[in-house]
Design a protein around this ligand. Sequence first.
Ligand code: NAD
Length: 501
Amino acid sequence: MTDVLDAPATLRPISHWIAGGPSAGRSGRSGPVFNPATGRQTGEVDFAAVEDVDRAVQAAKAAFPAWRSLSLAKRAELMFAIRELVHERREEIAKILTAEHGKVLSDAMGEVTRGLEVIEFCCGIPQLLKGGMTEQASTGVDVYSIRQPLGVVAGITPFNFPAMVPMWMWAPALACGNTFVLKPSEKDPSASVYTAELLKEAGVPDGVFNVIHGDKVAVDALLTHPDVSAVSFVGSTPIARYVYETATAHGKRCQALGGAKNHMVVLPDADIDMAADAAVSAAYGSAGERCMAVSVVVAVGDVADPLIDAIRERIPNVKIGDGMDPSSEMGPLVTREHRDKVASYLEDGGGTVLVDGRASCPDEGFFLAPSLIDGLQPGMRAYDDEIFGPVLGVTRVATYDEAVRLVNESPYGNGTAIFTRDGGAARQFQFEAQAGMVGINVPIPVPVAYYSFGGWKSSLFGDRHIYGPEGIDFYTRSKVVTSRWPDPATSKVDLGFPQTR
Ligand code: NAD
């Protein structure tokens, strides 16, 4: 796998991983994988046919009975072994991420670390799967609840966190006793294959974790496959809605996390430097390709001018370059098409462009430097759309109430943040903001692994958030057992409805 990093002279083929080993696709279709920092193609990834998906699902189905029967002690031991390996190889994983996604190495290391936290949470699976027990619920009758795995579950993931988002899914799914088929983004698929190699090395039995690559053909085959019990999806809102509707129409449990437009409200009493540091970090980190990126700063009252000045001051200091260079702070965007789409908001997105990132980009690769637009309003393209790039908008409002109205009228409800020194205002914001994750002086409030991650409104289809306690809930179903051990001598026929006594 380290050949991802060696800039091979020939294109590296990237195959599926089925039943414990690489498996070439049989569809004859494939797609290019680029190094976004150079713009050059480095790999060619197989696109699965329906038949390839079926092979992966059948491998997972065959592995399920033994995997679910493994004791919790043994499964926990394996989770610890996986944790150790991922921790040991975190730099290799990070380099694979940088080579295909483009994010800078320090950011890629951060991605792996946040994913590791979810694996660490799953090491406690015996505690997490503890059920409830009531002794003597009725005379001589005990009642207890247990949680059991679903079977074969599928994960479909976006390009922007090629290691962490799959970890949000496979770690709890496997710990709960399910077997897994992952369909990662076709733009940066190598981290998933490397993960499969690591899980095998850790001792996970063949067929428990499978990877199939591809596009809509692979996704549709998973969504409609009769042997897939549940689907976790993370990606853009239109596809999330489609995945949720199709999976549930085919009788599957589904959680589908969608896109976002995260507002950062800055009140007049906020510390301007702290708010500007946070806005620049959260808007331009990972080139804005984070579902929790700050996309709009809502400047309340007279804070707008000094805040914009402070943001503008910081922008030229953001060092743009190849993510492999340790001095780079912001890398390229993932593809040329995406870079061009993001840049189009500087052309005709609305508002006043204060900083145009097209003016200061490296010649090669898919770069766009940090950009800033003032005066955005609902109805303007750059305000309404999830741009998913290093373009920060500013919307000026007169009051706190107007700011909250903007947050709550957004069709998205992933994250939002408030910057203030007023505890009462912050508490009021926490109470009334319609979003799944709220930051108070924290611009990217991604929950720690023992809480769950997820948005509201068009940022989530389904009723369970991902990882943490809700993740355990999603990947298991409950069973309630009512038991008694009566003296056979007391047995008699009784056609009445069972009553407690
Ligand atoms: P995307 O929706 O284009 O792709 C996500 C997955 O769906 C990929 O595996 C892709 O192959 C597949 N897919 C794409 N088109 C499809 C189609 N027509 N039918 C079936 N499957 C299809 O998303 P992306 O561009 O890879 O990722 C960026 C998006 O993901 C952004 O909108 C971002 O906000 C979102 N995201 C959300 C979260 C969250 O937690 N809410 C986290 C990360 C990313």
